[in-house]
Design a protein around this ligand. Structure first.
Ligand code: JDK
Length: 226
């Protein structure tokens, strides 16, 4: 998978070289390039924003540098992902979809966001997704892109070399995960649940299922269909 990221803060993505992604890059599973939007400006001040038509506080990102940069990056098979507080919610299902793409281009806005015509223009030729990380407002798209890349790349076949580790994940089944324990069996007076020490695999499976159901009902009742 090829990933291109466009941002006015390219150094935000330095952490991708460490973290989980360094391993994926070394194993040639993913090839990430980061681009500074200001390289696509034409004026001496390298300006990327202007005041909003219709009035209001703050600034909006101008379409011209985005058009120049994205024309140079997008190929026929590229998906353009634009973080936005007004986008569709990023879910495990969407991460799974993104993991099937061959080329992802992430456009990180700042200020009050990007001129809508950039999204509308590329929507006529490419798969374009406006995506929200959650119902809160960030200062720009960078943090959302880091989260989306991490959730997507770990799903690529061959990542961490253990395909079995991904099939069980709770969010695919629409439930929260069950609690996990390791040694020691007793810690600060708290015991590991007896059933996990029993060796009874059917009892363990049933207990974990019940813990998932109970936790989901309590913490995320919106995920439970009654
Ligand atoms: C991308 C810029 C900051 C965007 C409010 C302005 C008129 C009101 C600040 N899940 C999630 N949360 N936040 C983002 C995200 C924020 C971004 C950008 C993603 C680019 N910002 C920003 C919007 C507003 N809005 C226009 C209506 C305030 C993703």
């Amino acid at each position: 998978m090829k990933i291109d990221i466009v941002s006015i803060f390219p150094s935000y993505f330095d952490v991708l070289e460490l973290s989980l992604l360094g391993k994926a890059a070394k194993n040639k599973l993913v090839d990430v390039s980061v681009h500074d939007l200001r390289d696509a400006t034409t004026d001496v001040h390298k300006s990327v924003d202007d005041s909003p038509f219709g009035g209001g506080a703050g600034m909006v990102m101008s379409p011209e540098p985005w058009g120049t940069m994205l024309d140079g990056l997008l190929q026929e098979d590229s998906w353009l992902i634009v973080p936005s507080p007004a986008g569709q919610l990023f879910t495990q299902g969407l991460a799974t979809e993104l993991s099937g793409a061959s080329h992802l281009v992430f456009a990180c806005g700042r200020y009050e966001g990007i001129d809508q015509r950039v999204i509308d223009h590329y929507s006529t030729t490419h798969r374009v997704l406006e995506v929200s990380l959650g119902d809160y407002v960030l200062n720009g798209g960078e943090v959302a892109v880091l989260a989306m890349i991490e959730a997507t790349v770990r799903l690529l076949p061959g990542f961490m070399g253990n395909p079995d580790s991904l099939v069980e994940e709770s969010h695919e089944k629409g439930l929260l995960e069950y609690p996990s324990y390791t040694k020691p069996r007793s810690w600060r007076g708290l015991e590991v649940p007896e059933v996990l020490l029993s060796g009874n695999h059917e009892a363990i499976r049933a207990w974990r299922e019940e813990q998932s159901q109970e936790r989901t009902q309590r913490v995320r009742p919106d995920l439970v269909e009654d």
